[in-house]
Write a protein that binds this ligand. Sequence first.
Ligand code: HEC
Length: 252
Amino acid sequence: MLIRGSGVTPPLFLWFKFHFQCCLEFMQRRFFFQLLLICIGLALLFSGLFLNLDTATAQTMPTPDRLAQPTLPAEPSQADKGAQVYWLSCLPCHGDSGQGLTDEFKQTYPEEDRNCWKSGCHGNNPYERGFTIPKVIPAIIGPGALQKFPDALGLRAYVFAAMPFWKPGSLTDEEAWQVTAFLLRENNLRTSRDDLNESNAALISVGTPPTPLPTPLSAPPTGEKSSLALLILVGVVALAPPFIFLWVFRKK
Ligand code: HEC
């Protein structure tokens, strides 16, 4: 209930006034002032170090051009040549890192080309000599990709017969091997620099079902939670000494 005109000061205000007065008293003492400055300095340093390290590095890193043609090394392997084939014939649909045609990747397209499935583009009524594409263009690099292909021979046969989607059969025999070798390398399925061919491809398994991960007993703390805890810790560490000092002095 609010007591009007009774002269009762709200307790919160009293508390604040009391602390302010005490603080002023102590501010005059050099030792306390130095201690406070050191604590604030340390708190700022630690919070800056821990909380802003990631953002700082992210801001200073230059963004490489995602769509740039990959450079061909002096002695290119089959997979290196495959990277060129990928860039030329597969990247526009399957993404710069094989992620598939995700919403995020579509942002690299000019604004008017981002809605691939509208009428007149690659939708139901494609432009003259155009083509319709399925709503989902799958990822072909990354965890869970290429699961339907038991081995590299099958993968290569599919790519040769069915890709690029808009002009199947347009890859040369060699290009199909090269781009398959590239896909194997990018999916960490093969490290050898030897050429992939009809005799070794069947021995390289591709779509091995992923082994289920054991369920952790308790969920690990999220980044958000731990940085909040850190902030509280820094606050407590910074504020504790002056308050302890205040308390000790009052006892005397
Ligand atoms: C015009 C867009 C387009 C281009 C260009 C294209 N693809 Fe595809 N790709 C697709 C679509 C759509 C599918 C899904 C087809 C389906 O499900 O029937 C697909 C499926 C695939 C698959 C099977 C993935 C899976 O798990 O089902 C592979 C492998 C593949 N593409 C490789 C390639 C390679 C290699 C190239 C370049 C030589 C290429 N694609 C170029 C659109 C494209």
